[in-house]
Design a protein around this ligand. Structure first.
Ligand code: ZN
Length: 592
């Protein structure tokens, strides 16, 4: 019988050798292309804008047709072509997986994590067919469970909930957008406006799951209601938080119905924990950020991402909207749900303002250019980054704040950025129509009647600082600029075994003027052994204009420098609102 057009592409995935960190994968194609079927692995993963060439982790690869080996030829760094055959054609390959990040794959005898973009070769020309995956337990761990937002298949060999077996995706794009975790993870569940949410934690931890679920539930419900105030309908049928708890780590990647997160186990809430300590607040901010992406970038997308071209860089000048606005709303939802106080929120805004104002790169690169060049600059930062680039995350979040204030002020409270996000959702998210590169300002104008064209020209396409002092003051927030009078080297340092290494030397600062460079290791300050303590004491006792004799190693050569101390170029803006209630976040409700 001839296979039907809808015969799925069928993969089997087995963590075959945890000690060697290898997956064995097969991919069976019922109707291979007549001229020889081509297969390809993505060069990048959506959400992380850097070409990573995942194909470099494919160790071996061969093809069979009707149980007979056939030739496979490599066409370029990530594309293979099998010799013509009638089918079914089965590709068999091994993938090395030993990168503990949310972007790739990681496999040992404690757990398995993978993104489909690291392990599933696409079948060129057949990406829109249904895709079926049989997940197998590793040889010695039949008792492990599976967590993923992939949909369990029906019928023969269907995966049971949290089990091994068959899962389905409607097409390749969906297949690689559902990361998978296998292992002995901790699992808790809650519902947000009726949608089941799983919280899965892998790694050693003592997380208070009830507390975490209660807090996440507040954030998720608030965001669902934000985009659909009337129906409160979420865009997904279920959602999975896949959390890897480690000693020291931080990262998150958004997907259409899940997120993969890496965090420090100490940032998770523990039983009996009071309030929201800083580490936990950062973690909740990360969860809020990735969850907001469920709408903003996973469904409301730049036109340049519709569809993604996974073979090469996809250029857009709009990441300041998709990452910047998401960064604005992540903490704002902690405030709106009462998880942090207004005072704490103002402190977070002030921290972001100080961070953006610290780097002179903001005068050289616009956030639109930063978005476009994310592939080679933001994602590949070196020691010169603060002098050369601006972050479309942090400046992008301040653009969102400025626009929010501008719209509220100019419309006398009738419009806010919320209305713009809701319009983006209705016009671009629900429809799947990508946002064209120049469509944002016209959308705002049509919705609110307010022109933001000159704002975009100056602050998004241009490098002008945002008028935040004026806007915040108009909104009743007091802006204090505590001009620091303490002398400074204007460097960033790392401390290793009691020594001081310069990691960044800021443009126009005292260290740069004296000839010191990133990578230099300070040996002595005015003839005294250079330690982090000695540097702090030394700067405390000196004044601006005083000199400091510095001995430093550049590579293995001892060099002498005379630094004339300058004031600290880093701003110290603080924000206050008079008559704010004392910070007393609401107590979380118990998980349901
Ligand atoms: Zn993001």
């Amino acid at each position: 019988m001839k296979p039907s057009d809808q015969t799925p592409i069928h993969y089997h995935l087995t963590p075959i050798n945890p000690a060697a960190h290898l997956f064995a994968v097969t991919c069976t194609v019922a109707q291979p292309a007549a001229a020889g079927q081509q297969f390809r692995l993505p060069a990048w993963i959506p959400g992380s804008y850097m070409v990573r060439e995942f194909a470099r982790n494919i160790v071996t690869l061969k093809a069979q047709c009707a149980h007979q080996p056939i030739a496979v030829q490599k066409l370029d760094k990530h594309t293979w072509q099998a010799a013509p055959c009638d089918g079914p054609l089965t590709l068999t390959y091994e993938v090395y997986a030993w990168d503990l990040s949310v972007r790739t794959a990681h496999l040992d005898d404690t757990h398995v994590f993978f993104n489909g973009s690291s392990v599933f070769l696409s079948v060129l020309g057949q990406e829109t067919r249904p895709h079926r995956v049989t997940l197998h337990a590793p040889p010695r761990h039949p008792d492990w469970r599976v967590a993923t937002a992939l949909r369990p298949a029906t019928g023969h060999n269907a995966a049971k909930q949290y089990g091994f077996g068959d899962y389905l995706a409607d097409h390749y794009d969906e297949l690689i957008d559902h990361p998978v975790e296998m292992g002995h993870f901790t699992l808790a569940q809650f519902k947000a406006h009726g949608v089941p949410h799983d919280v899965v934690i892998t790694g050693a931890h003592q997380c208070d799951m009830a507390r975490l679920c209660a807090d996440l539930q507040r954030i998720c419900e608030a965001q669902i209601a934000f985009f659909e105030p009337r129906s409160k309908k979420a865009p997904m049928e279920r959602y999975v938080f896949l959390i890897m708890a480690v000693g020291d780590g931080y990262g998150g990647l958004e997907h259409r119905a899940s997120t993969a997160l890496l965090c420090s186990r100490n940032d998770l809430p523990y039983p009996g924990m009071q309030g929201v300590p800083e580490g936990y607040r950062t973690f909740l901010g990360l969860c809020s950020h990735e969850y907001f992406h469920t709408w903003n970038v996973k469904r409301i997308k730049p036109a340049a991402f519709v569809p993604y071209d996974l073979t090469q860089e996809n250029y857009t000048r709009l990441l300041w909207i998709f990452e910047g606005f998401t960064s604005y709303y992540d903490d704002l939802f902690l405030l709106r749900t009462g998880l942090i106080s207004p005072r704490e929120y103002l402190n977070l805004i002030a921290k972001t303002i100080n961070g953006v104002l610290r780097g002179s790169g903001r005068h050289k690169q616009s956030v639109a250019d930063s978005s476009f060049d994310a592939w080679i600059k933001y994602y590949r930062q070196d020691e010169n980054a603060p002098n050369a680039i601006v972050s479309y995350y942090t400046k992008g979040s301040l653009i969102a704040l400025a626009l929010d204030l501008l719209l509220r002020i100019e419309s006398r409270g009738r419009y806010a950025l919320d209305h713009v996000m809701q319009a983006l959702w209705q016009q671009h998210g629900k429809t799947g129509l990508g946002l064209q590169e120049n469509a944002f300002a016209p959308l705002v104008k049509k919705l609110t009647g307010i022109s933001i064209a000159s704002f975009i020209k100056n602050h998004v396409e241009g490098t002008q600082d945002l008028p935040l002092e004026k806007l915040l003051t108009q909104a009743g927030v007091q802006w204090h600029d505590k001009k620091p009078h303490q002398p400074s080297l204007n460097v960033k340092v790392s401390q290793e075994n009691g020594t001081i290494k310069l990691t960044q030397v800021l443009d126009g600062g005292a260290a740069q003027a004296a000839g010191l460079s990133a990578g230099d290791v300070l040996v002595a300050l005015d003839g005294i052994k250079a330690t982090p303590d000695a540097l702090a004491h030394c700067l405390k006792r000196k004044r601006i204009g005083d000199t400091l004799k510095v001995h430093a190693y550049r590579r293995d050569e001892l060099r002498k420098f005379t630094v004339t101390l300058d004031h600290d170029h880093a701003p110290e803006i603080t924000l206050e609102m008079p008559h704010l209630p004392s910070p007393q976040p609401k107590q979380p409700k118990p998980a349901s």
